[in-house]
Design a protein. Structure first.
Length: 318
């Protein structure tokens, strides 16, 4: 009889032991994860938010627009702002004819500074998380741009695809834009998409600026990040990806922008050598190039690091 009573007691002890071990393992794993998300900078520890796909929301399909809430920690946002302060210059836009940056006071009134991919450990960590989210290589990205908008600052509607016909070998089109909000804005400063499929369906309360009524709008919230694809899945330009920033009516707006190309990007070094073997793989290449397919379909025509372009010669890539 005593032996029969001891069996339930033994099972109870084993169950409790298993629960204790499981809890201990969960705590241990959690500690390891937290350690991975700590970056030491000049004696201070700056925590980054771990990559969590469940925080991503698809805002629209035309354009392909996604919101990641809390992608950056508050300390990461403050760190990027601190790096940019006292180093700001008037923001520039790319001249699609020459491929060079130019100041455009009519289109942009904000100021910005560039940070290389390996500027410091914190910037590098952010770059890694962007790559993990987008499934796009870090090497395809331009330097991160930190942009400051003061009261009344704005920038007009623009496309980010960078249809640079003069330098097709430098990374090709910008396939995606990452817009990181580094601060909250008291009033105004929304990012709007005037050609979005949802521009007439979004309900806006009194807290939105009048400018926000001109398209689908996203409010700047510290730590949130937008992912915008500038090209359709077939690599043609998505006309609905045009966007602009509403005027900052009260407060100050800080953002970080990351442009990602279809191929490895280095503005000082062409991806494809201009000497040596160069040919077209299809007899129609010259015709396709003449009607603009090099710009509309760069992946097929010019190629990627994993795919040798069909019409590199006709597109002037070699």
């Amino acid at each position: 009889m005593d032996s029969l009573l001891s069996i339930p007691l033994l099972l109870l002890v084993l169950a409790n032991f298993k629960q204790i071990c499981s809890s201990s393992r969960m705590i241990d794993l959690k500690t390891k994860v937290e350690k991975l998300d700590l970056v030491r900078e000049k004696g201070h520890i700056i925590a980054s938010n771990p990559f969590n796909p469940s925080k991503v929301t698809q805002l629209s399909w035309h354009p392909r627009l996604f919101l990641y809430e809390g992608f950056l920690s508050d300390k990461e946002c403050d760190h990027l702002i601190a790096l940019a302060q006292n180093k700001l210059d008037k923001a520039s836009v790319t001249n699609n004819g020459s491929g060079k940056n130019m100041h455009d006071v009519m289109n942009r009134t904000n100021s910005g500074v560039s940070l290389a991919r390996d500027f410091d450990e914190i910037v590098s960590n952010i770059e890694k998380r962007i790559s993990a989210w987008t499934f796009l290589p870090k090497e395809n990205g331009e330097d991160m741009q930190i942009i400051q908008y003061d009261t009344n600052d704005t920038h007009a509607a623009q496309y980010d695809n960078n249809n640079d016909t003069s330098r097709p070998v430098y990374g090709g089109h910008r396939i995606a834009t990452i817009l990181m909000y580094l601060s909250n804005v008291t009033h105004g400063g929304e990012t709007i998409f005037p050609m979005s499929e949802l521009k007439d369906t979004q309900i806006k309360a009194d807290k939105w600026s009048d400018c926000a009524a001109n398209g689908y709008a996203v409010k700047p919230v510290k730590g949130n990040v937008l992912l915008l694809f500038n090209l359709h899945p077939n690599s043609t330009i998505d006309q609905s990806s045009v966007h602009s920033s509403c005027k900052v009516l009260e407060g100050k707006k800080w953002t970080a922008i990351k442009q990602i190309h279809v191929r490895t990007f280095d503005q000082n070094q062409p991806l494809i050598e201009l000497k040596g073997y160069c040919t077209d793989e299809d007899d129609n290449c010259s015709h396709w190039a003449a009607i603009g397919e090099c710009q509309r379909n760069p992946v097929y025509m010019l190629g990627t690091p994993d795919y040798y372009g069909t019409c590199r010669k006709s597109c002037g890539a070699c």
